[in-house]
Design a protein around this ligand. Structure first.
Ligand code: SF4
Ligand code: SF4
Length: 425
């Protein structure tokens, strides 16, 4: 890394020794997991570049935006509407939370039986290793699961710019009204922070930008229905992960270029694996960067992942916002309409999710489903049991896994995944 980046990281208050250690681990994992794959689409080179500069060039861009007067908003959940953030002349970045860090310090603040995702978000703060977190002018938390909403109480003293959004837990008229009032409150907070008033035009432009990004990902997803699959699950997951922090227009362009290449692959019936390779849909908890453990194990076990029913995947990206409203209020209603369909397990009941899993199995021609649950994640682990039962009743094989971010159970997971893949053959 260049000397400029070292100065940039020091100015952001990062702990350089710990940060170097994190970058080393990340670089090695990327090389061993991603670059070791065979027959990758050439256009994935863009994402290789993004990952090599994930704490470098992208942070420099964000700091340049800040210097030009733009604000940076960090988020932990797909319920934070990027459309509004863009309309208020700010940039939204996801705060990954996909690796264990500073766990001893974390467990002084959080119970041991907290999910890896929440622990990771604290570890990145306490270990001073996340330049996104340190660049953010506002960090948005949300009242989703009990773990997250209580953890934000403990995060508040650690950051000076935490904003907590309340979210409904029931898909009722009251629930929708709550979501709208919370989005209006969030828009006010954004306008106050940026000093920019949201207008019909700026909101519509924000909606168009995010819709374009989602449409590119939808195009990519649809191409994965081909047999042989034209792209690995690992690479498709990476695109879904980068969705959260790249420049939106550049990301859209890069994904569309991948799709152009994949269309040629599909037309010539070439892919990353032989025809007939067992096809798997992964469903469950989000897999944030650099959590590549499950797809690595699955794709090293002779199967191919063809879809992710996850917030880092289709639960997070499906459905676009209607762009046709002619007032700010109408556009906000359209935003509420779209986000209210997100079928996170914090909702009760959450029957839409099962229907969506079945829809995805059909659309991507999956032979089976792996339910990915993070240890101690009550909402998804609770849902996993009825989901497995319902799928098996319909003749769709399902493997229910519960894991964390460590590699300690990798051997055991591999054995179970290999047996499942054998069953699908
Ligand atoms: S799983 Fe639920 S809480 Fe987590 S990012 Fe998705 S919507 Fe938000
Ligand atoms: S929904 Fe589950 S995985 Fe997500 S933060 Fe809550 S406990 Fe963790």
């Amino acid at each position: 890394m260049s000397i400029d980046y070292q100065t940039m990281w020091t100015d952001l208050g990062l702990d350089l020794t710990s940060h170097d250690a994190l970058l080393n681990v990340l670089g090695t994992a990327y090389r061993d997991i991603y670059l070791a794959q065979e027959n990758r689409p050439e256009t994935m080179a863009y994402f290789d570049f993004v990952m090599s500069e994930v704490h470098g060039l992208r942070i420099k861009e964000l700091l340049d935006e800040k210097a030009a007067g733009r604000k940076i908003i960090g988020s932990y959940c797909v319920f934070v509407p990027e459309e509004m953030v863009l309309a208020a002349n700010a940039t939204l970045v996801g705060l990954c939370s996909g690796a264990d860090f500073a766990m001893e310090e974390v467990e002084k603040l959080l119970p041991r039986n907290t999910c890896a995702l929440i622990k990771s978000s604290f570890g990145f703060k306490l270990g001073k290793v996340c330049p996104y977190l340190e660049s953010a002018d506002m960090i948005v938390g949300e009242n989703t699961c009990d773990g997250k909403k209580k953890a934000y109480e403990s995060l508040r003293p650690l950051v000076d710019n935490l904003y907590v959004m309340d979210l409904p837990q029931v898909k009722s008229a009251n629930g929708k009204a709550l979501l709208k009032s919370e989005y209006l409150r969030f828009m006010e907070a954004l306008q106050e922070l940026t000093g920019v008033a949201v207008t019909t035009e700026s909101l519509r432009s924000g909606i168009k930008t995010v819709n374009a990004k989602r449409n590119a990902i939808h195009r990519l997803s649809a191409l994965r229905a081909a047999d042989p699959a034209p792209i690995s699950g690992l690479d498709a997951l990476l695109a879904n992960q980068v969705f959260f922090y790249d420049n939106p227009a550049r990301f859209t362009d890069a994904v569309n270029k991948i799709c152009d290449e994949l269309e040629q692959r599909v037309a010539s019936k070439s892919g990353v694996c032989p025809v007939g390779t067992p096809r798997i849909l992964v469903s469950g908890c989000p897999q944030a960067v650099p959590n590549w453990k499950l797809p690595m194990i699955v794709e090293n076990s002779g199967a191919i992942i063809v879809g992710e029913e996850s917030c880092v995947g289709e639960r997070g990206t499906r459905n676009c916002v209607d762009e046709s409203g002619s007032t700010v209020d109408q556009l906000i209603d359209a935003i509420v309409e779209r986000y209210f369909q997100v079928d996170c397990a914090i909702f009760t009941p959450n029957t839409d999710r099962l229907a969506h899993i079945e829809e995805m199995v059909k659309a991507y021609r999956a032979d089976g489903v792996i339910h990915y649950g993070l240890q101690f994640c009550q909402p998804y682990l609770m849902e996993a049991i009825p989901v497995e039962k319902a799928l098996e009743e319909k003749g769709i094989p399902c493997l229910r896994l519960e894991t964390d971010y460590s590699m300690e159970d990798a051997g055991q997971l591999t054995t179970r995944v290999e047996a499942f893949v054998e069953q699908l053959r």
